[in-house]
Design a protein around this ligand. Sequence first.
Ligand code: C2O
Ligand code: CU
Length: 422
Amino acid sequence: ADYGGGPASSGHEHHGGRMSVADLTGPATGTPDVAVTLVARKGKYQLASGETVDGFTLNGTSPGPMIRAKVGDLVQVTLVNESVPDGATLHWHGIDVPNAEDGVAGVTQDAVRPGGKHVYRFKAEQAGTYWYHSHQVSSSEVKGGLFGPIVIGREQPGEVVAAIHTYDGKRTINGRTGTQRVELAAGTTARVRVINTDNAILRVGLVGTPYKVVAVDGRDLHGPTPVTAAFPLAAGARVDLEAVVPAGGMRLVAGSAAVSLGIGPVDPPRAELPSETVDLLSYGTPAALGFDPSKADRRFEYRIGRRPGFLDGVPGLWWTINGHKFPDVPMYMVAEGDIVRMTISNTSGQAHPMHLHGHHAVVLSRNGVASTGSPWWIDTLEVGNDETYEIAFAADNPGLWMDHCHNLPHASEGLMTHLMYE
Ligand code: C2O
Ligand code: CU
């Protein structure tokens, strides 16, 4: 397989005849509404809570600066690599940008070498909570700090953004270990945007008052109802939690109350998450999907397994897709306009947060049980061991897209493939 060339130079014929270079790139002209320069550096730095980390920063901090755009804005981000030795890129995790803006080193661009820069331009089209991160040697660069939050939508008074990340074994919220607080008046409707930038699933939630799960992976849920439960947030995934701030405050808990963020007029009491878990398969109420998954043009199997020894000629302990490891996994081929169904099964012995670039898919069923709740749109889906999910999506964003495990060391151990437009 050839991963060097970009899709625009792949020379593939496509059946629809509609794909052009303009479909694959962001707007080349026009004054940006949001213009940001991010300077990537390697070295020692201090977390917001004071601990020293040896890793990577963007504009001197990790997480990098929060980027905020309104729907319709033209966003321009210039990545300058000052001193990241292996090079860096920026991938807009969960934002379905044109392919050439996707920031995948070796697929949509070359990594930006030290001394170099790269300009990303895309239109902010879908309100929601997202994040950006390097997609070059991702497992060490993201872990070391090359990431930040990006939110699309007009800022509301009660907004709180909480990026959860573990640096050198220290779990943080927005770069702070321990507990912290955000002042919000009682009675304010708070929207807490939680981003899991780590490699493992994390139980998160608000304690001190019931809350609604209003969005997942940048897509609103339909008919959310109040819960007193924890939300299992997959690696790479995001969840927006909404609640009216009580007089005694409430607390966002990241796994345990030892890492939490008090929200309110006073510091709320410390409390752990309840043992109940929100299950999106039956949460909220159904609504139109915008396409009919029963009329699928393509059906794919994505079987995740594990195999030790020589695989595709290389020794190791490999994660596999349909029996092969990256880059020997056949690509999934689609044509623009297709409705695609994919059955993802996992018998590998471990859970995998599967991330599809450039698209949002809807969960149709888990282990043969159909979704009865809100449309559950995902860009990152936790697939537990011995679980099978059926998902569907519209192939509406031409190009060459990654589909990989967001437990990033797993991706480098073979759990990675591409979705390719004909
Ligand atoms: Cu958030 Cu391919 O990654
Ligand atoms: Cu994995």
